[in-house]
Write a new protein. Structure first.
Length: 119
């Protein structure tokens, strides 16, 4: 995967971690707003609703927070997979370079005394 602005460079692991942290922070703010909205609907908006408003508020909290947590865990897992693929690609590149240098060294003749014509 390539950088967004510099297409010649691959994404670094710190960029992936920062992006995952940013998504986590945004989801944390969203969960806070969901909880605030649910608490206001349970206790502040209409006190005549009683038990059903309380259940609806708990459902909002559990489903909203649970869904955002599940999405965050998927994003984090995909980021870890991306970083593992980058490490694997780097290792394979090193191995390919090393094997290529051994092959070229084996194909070049050894530097030794030149053959002299027989007399």
């Amino acid at each position: 995967m390539k950088e967004l602005f510099e297409q010649d460079r691959a994404i670094s692991p710190s960029t992936v971690r920062t992006a995952t942290l940013l998504v986590g922070a945004l989801f944390g703010v969203a969960v806070g707003l969901i909880i605030l909205q649910a608490l206001l609907s349970m206790f502040g908006a209409d006190p005549t609703g009683g038990f059903w408003l309380f259940l609806i508020g708990l459902t909002q909290i559990s489903l909203g927070a649970g869904l955002l947590l599940a999405i965050y865990m998927m994003v984090r897992l995909l980021g870890e997979g991306l970083m593992a693929q980058h490490r694997l690609h780097d290792r394979l590149t090193i191995l390919t370079d090393e094997l290529g240098s051994h092959r070229t060294a084996a194909q070049t003749p050894a530097a030794g005394p030149a053959d002299t014509p027989a007399e």
